[in-house]
Write a protein that binds this ligand. Structure first.
Ligand SMILES: N[C@@H](CCC(=O)N[C@@H](CS)C(=O)NCC(=O)O)C(=O)O
Length: 223
């Protein structure tokens, strides 16, 4: 697989929204292929493209990527989109990378356990105790963000960057899953600031008609 422009395989309300949001904010010319979640079951041939069967899947020329935050980082560097990123010599560069890596490994991962064991799994395999442990785990990992947003509007350099896209997706997803009830007022306000951006508003509904989150009759077995 090789493409002549950035191409994203996307499912509504999934991590591929990070990459889609970044592409839109950057104003790049891109293609998006909408799929029903989970694509490894619902999109014939998808695993021969992306052996993991997950979203996002991203191709640009000879480059193929499957990590949502890494795709955002790639776009900043490859397309020199530093209005949405920080250069290595910037004093907050370490912080910027820390937020980027934290967004998925620390913030999104526990959410997936909550969703899996309350929603994806058939009734007899649900694990309320596991879901509750990881709900608390997620809320505890927001402490750094709570503190950071006390006197800031954005994560780095007093401006919107892909770090906000990456962390913002975790907050948006958490809110959709009912975890937002425990967000602090400053984190709530931050999330509102992010999701009101025109680029987010434009891309957020893409693929909605194929989303089992919006249309429960589309659910297929997850395990
Ligand atoms: N760390 C990866 C995780 C990718 C991932 O697990 N995506 C989920 C959707 S949010 C997925 O495709 N799940 C469906 C499956 O595992 O079949 C990233 O940041 O993109």
């Amino acid at each position: 697989m090789k493409t002549d422009k950035p191409t994203l395989w996307h499912c509504n309300y999934s991590r591929s929204l990070r990459a889609l949001w970044a592409l839109e904010e950057m104003g790049l010319d891109y293609d998006v292929i909408e799929m029903q979640f989970p694509p490894r079951i619902n999109q014939p041939g998808y695993k021969s493209l992306n052996i993991l069967g997950t979203v996002p899947f991203f191709v640009d020329g000879d480059t193929q990527m499957t990590e949502s935050t890494a795709i955002c980082h790639f776009l900043v560097e490859r397309y020199q989109q530093y209005q949405l990123g920080l250069r290595p010599e910037h004093p907050e560069y370490g912080d910027y990378l820390n937020w980027l890596y934290m967004s998925d490994a620390t913030l999104t991962f526990p959410q997936t356990l909550v969703v899996r064991y309350t929603k994806f799994e058939p009734e007899h395999r649900r694990q309320p105790a596991v879901a509750e442990d990881y709900r608390q785990w997620f809320i505890a990992r927001l402490r750094k963000l709570d503190q950071h947003m006390m006197d800031r509007e954005y994560l780095c350099d007093d401006r919107f960057t892909i770090a906000d896209i990456a962390v913002g997706f975790a907050l948006y997803f958490g809110e959709g899953e009912g975890l937002g009830e425990e967000y602090t007022p400053q984190v709530h306000a931050y999330l509102e600031r992010l999701v009101s951006r025109p680029a987010f508003q434009k891309v957020e509904p893409i693929g909605e008609s194929l989303s089992p989150f919006k249309h429960p009759e589309l659910w297929t077995m997850q395990t």
